[in-house]
Design a protein around this ligand. Structure first.
Ligand code: MN
Length: 516
């Protein structure tokens, strides 16, 4: 933790709820926004931008609810540089413990001419008056010079000097359109540090967009040059190509503290959780190879890498997965994996193989991995059971019939049970998943509670593909299973069989331990 007054402290201003919500298709409702705000507070962000109060009654409600919920972070509301926007923002923020009014006005020639139809003098006057009004309402005022990176530096310095005089405490220099490059942007920040009158009493901030993939690089160059607030979002969501990603900025400052010598207040072990929540709420999936929070970020498949990581994680990892809230490095078993990784996989499951069966298992594994792209633990478990001869009677789907009308889905299925019997069951529900769960609960006589369900479909070479991922709770344990099949009904039913088999194995292992 670093003190906010510390000159080496970089303020993290999160705008997931405002700029992030402006991502096409990412609207959030009030409850979602409050859940995200709570996670952001737990993360330790310094400022939460909760929305744009004048934009809609829903936005106003959300900003005001977040303002009342959040305790430690400042809560900001965005407004145009107009009195009705500013007073509306203040109405939403007034009950916050640490309110911040965030006023913006475009300063670049292209915006002045084509959007605002205002000359330099008019922009200057408008900025001064808007900030003056905001400062009369709220002690914490941020001013953003929209499209700052395409504004004439001397005019930008003039506008920022005027708003400092009017009472702005944070001066934001946005790269609104993602046009900046790191060295040039750093020069602009240095220029402003020496040309804005009264800059000692204000904090310089940056807000970078990722249109050319440089949002994080630009933000980091700016703090090297003296900016002390970075505006960013979880998973880098935001308008168009998005904003600088919070987790990348924070982990870069932390991992390379030898270079930056700067601190943030972020409790990085909550990053993974925050990323998952934002992805779940917005429906915007995180790309697999995304830095820090992508599923592959701490995964190793190549044999040489896996061997290295098993000996000492630092061989191929510059961060510890635990530091960002990922429980441990994940060794992905695939065709590039070697014997060490496979042995480790067995050890982790308390399974033992004599050298000869192990070699057979390894060869069978290589064949399977060549055939299929992604091997799941379950695929490998199935293989292990076949090779080691521990294959017992298991739950398996024999046939499935489904029928769906406007508001009811009925299913009928036949399964093989571990006792070697055939069992039939039928059920109905308001959707397929509900009906299948009904049927499987009755078949197994277990309380099975659905914790997470995802079905993904795509096409490969013109053929439809699909994959279901399930997380199911049974008593105090949670089980997950994946099954690839283009038909959601069949994929879900087969994944549920896998879940029952995992419950069965766990039960058998417990009984074994209890009797031995
Ligand atoms: Mn933006």
């Amino acid at each position: 933790m670093s003190e906010r007054s510390d000159p080496e402290h970089v303020w993290i201003f999160d705008t997931t709820l405002r700029d992030g919500e402006q991502s096409p298709g990412a609207s959030m409702n009030l409850e979602d926004k409050i859940r995200i705000a709570q996670v952001l507070e737990q993360l330790g962000v310094d400022v939460i931008e909760a929305g744009f109060p004048i934009a809609s009654p829903g936005d106003f409600e959300a900003v005001s609810a977040v303002a009342k919920t959040v305790q430690n972070a400042a809560v900001a509301g965005l407004c145009r540089c107009q009195s009705k926007d500013i007073t509306r923002a203040w109405d939403a923020l007034r009950f916050a413990k640490h309110p911040r009014i965030h006023v913006f006005l475009a300063t670049s020639p292209i915006h002045r001419e084509h959007k605002l139809r205002m000359d330099r003098q008019a922009v200057l006057k408008n900025a001064y008056e808007g900030v003056k009004l905001a400062a009369a309402l709220c002690p914490d005022v941020e001013f953003s010079a929209e499209d700052a990176s395409r504004t004439e530096p001397e005019f930008l310095a003039e506008v920022l000097s005027a708003v400092v005089e009017a009472g702005a405490t944070t001066l934001n220099v946005p790269d609104t359109v993602g046009y900046a490059v790191p060295e040039q942007y750093a020069e602009l920040i240095q220029y402003l540090k020496s040309h804005v009158r009264g800059i000692e009493s204000a904090r310089l901030s940056v807000h970078c967009h990722n249109d050319l993939g440089m949002a994080v690089a630009n933000s980091l160059a700016a703090v090297r040059a003296g900016a002390r607030q970075i505006e960013c979002t979880i998973n880098g969501i935001g308008e168009r190509a998005g904003n600088a990603s919070l987790e990348e900025v924070v982990m870069a400052l932390r991992t390379r503290s030898d270079y930056f010598h700067l601190n943030t207040n972020i409790q990085t072990e909550h990053l993974h959780q925050a990323s998952r929540l934002v992805s779940e709420v917005t429906g915007l999936e995180v790309q697999r190879n995304k830095a820090i929070v992508g599923r592959n970020a701490f995964a190793h498949e190549a044999g040489i890498h896996q061997h290295g990581v098993l000996q000492n994680a630092e061989t191929y990892e510059i961060m510890r997965p635990q530091d960002v809230g990922v429980p441990s490095s994940q060794l992905v078993l695939g065709k590039h994996s070697g014997r060490h990784a496979l042995q480790d996989w067995l050890n982790a499951r308390n399974l033992h193989a004599e050298p000869q069966p192990f070699e057979t298992f390894f060869q069978a594994f290589k064949c399977l991995a060549d055939e299929r792209k992604n091997l799941t633990d379950l695929d490998i478990e199935d293989l292990w059971e076949t090779v080691s001869g521990s294959h017992q009677q298991r739950w398996a789907l024999n046939s499935l019939h489904t029928s769906t009308s406007k508001d009811i889905t009925t299913i009928a299925l036949v399964v093989n049970t571990p006792e070697g019997q055939e069992a039939r069951e039928a059920a109905c529900g308001s959707n397929l998943t509900e009906a299948l769960f009904q049927a499987f609960r009755r078949l197994a006589g277990l309380p099975l509670l659905l914790r997470n369900f995802q079905f993904r479909s795509w096409a490969r070479n013109g053929t439809p593909q699909g994959e279901v991922r399930l997380e199911v709770q049974n008593a105090e344990h949670t089980f997950s299973a994946v099954f690839a099949h283009p038909d959601p009904a069949e994929a879900t039913a087969r994944a549920l069989c896998r879940i029952l088999n995992r419950i069965e194995s766990q039960y058998q292992a417990q009984t074994l331990r209890a009797t031995s």
